[in-house]
Design a protein around this ligand. Structure first.
Ligand code: GN1
Ligand code: MG
Length: 361
């Protein structure tokens, strides 16, 4: 069934359907996103239907964003932090027939890119995520709840992977046998995470948890960073989540969708650009333990994404939308190759990290 915002939803936000152009927007897997444009004056809004099978308590998203917005307004006035436009009744979420809708402003003169195509973009995006984390670093984390519990808990992702291996249908398991073995061979990544998790110097921060480059708005002419968007998973987490997802998605010239794995390479200049952008903003505040895990960040996120795709393949594609039967298999394989390419370059990438750390303090 095609999902579309109906008249009641638009009117809840004070908009009249006749006066609007509505089209699908963005490339996320999870929520349904629409761009609304008023025919009269061209003003634009972004309307989203929240996926409640993923975000089981949409109220948590709204509460987390509100607390962050209140803190930033006091401590960093003038910082652009996107918050929802309330309904005419003053609510951040409009609930209808068990659907949750919310509207956010469209930021003028902004664009997003799906893939970094020069190091400057990687630098600008990383700087935006670093600034967000740094500006929020003094906030009390206690009142924050997880909008997706255990989202980046690799221990649980790993045990879900093991469960899926046990319960998968025979044909899928047989098809994935070799790849399963390869991912199991790198299980030390899950063990390292397990050890770090309880280290008090490996702290919780308010993290974005989805730092793909298309979650940063860039100026349409200069490509300078404007602000971050897609704040659904803003919640307490570890530095390796945000940094690692940038490594996962900015450094390789092709995305997780690429099936020609020979195109998966590590572009060192992009790695350096993102590391520099991120550490310029937040490097000075990190503990020794956190600084030691900067290379691990990339391994952690690529490994976790790889086993999430493979788990979904084994489970019969229940989470990620697919376009063909082996889609999740191919995505997992892509991430496995990316992980291997990254690990091959550890020595040189560690040198880059060392250099960026020196500049950042
Ligand atoms: C999902 O919806 P999207 O594409 O921003 C997923 C991320 C994955 C990503 C992989 C809530 O994000 O964790 O990294 O797909 N988000 C959720 O493309 O599961
Ligand atoms: Mg997203």
């Amino acid at each position: 069934m095609e999902i579309k915002p109906n008249t009641r939803i638009l009117q809840a936000f004070g908009l009249e359907p006749e006066g609007l152009n509505v089209r699908r927007f963005g490339s996320g897997h999870i929520n349904n996103t629409f761009l609304l444009e008023k025919k009269q004056d061209g003003s634009k809004y972004v309307l989203q239907k929240i996926n409640v099978s993923v975000f089981k308590e949409p109220g948590v998203i709204a509460a987390n964003q509100r607390m962050a917005a209140d803190f930033l307004a006091v401590h960093h006035p003038g910082y652009l932090f996107i918050t929802p436009i309330p309904t005419v009744n003053g609510e951040e979420l409009f609930v209808i027939d068990n659907e949750y809708w919310r509207m956010i402003p469209f930021i003028a003169d902004s664009v997003t890119v799906d893939q970094a195509d020069n190091p400057k973009q990687a630098y600008e995006a990383a700087k935006q995520f670093g600034r967000l984390a740094s500006y929020l670093s003094g906030i009390d984390l206690k009142p924050f709840k997880a909008s997706i519990p255990n989202f980046h808990n690799l221990t649980l992702r790993y045990s879900a992977f093991q469960d899926a291996i046990r319960t998968a249908k025979e044909d899928r398991k047989a098809a994935a046998e070799e790849m399963i073995e390869e991912f199991l061979r790198y299980s030390d990544i899950a063990v390292t995470y397990e050890q770090l998790k309880t280290n008090p110097d490996f702290r919780d921060h308010l993290m974005h948890h989805d730092t793909k480059i298309n979650n940063v708005l860039l100026n349409k002419d200069t490509y300078e960073g404007i602000c971050v968007c897609d704040l659904d998973t803003l919640m307490p987490g570890k530095i390796i989540s945000d940094l690692g997802d940038m490594v996962r998605t900015y450094v390789c010239p092709v995305s997780e969708e690429e099936k020609d794995f020979s195109q998966i390479v590590i572009r060192e200049e992009y790695y350096e650009a993102l590391m520099q952008g991120y550490l310029e903003e937040i490097g000075g505040t990190l503990t020794k333990v956190e600084k030691e895990q900067l290379f691990f960040a990339g391994k952690f996120m690529i490994y976790m994404q790889g086993i999430r795709f493979l788990t979904d393949y084994l489970n019969g594609d229940v989470y990620y939308p697919i376009k063909h039967p082996k889609h999740n298999y191919d995505r997992a394989k892509n991430q496995l190759v990316l992980l291997q390419r990254l690990m091959e370059k550890e020595t040189i990438l560690q040198e880059i990290i060392g250099k960026c750390l020196l500049i950042s303090v």
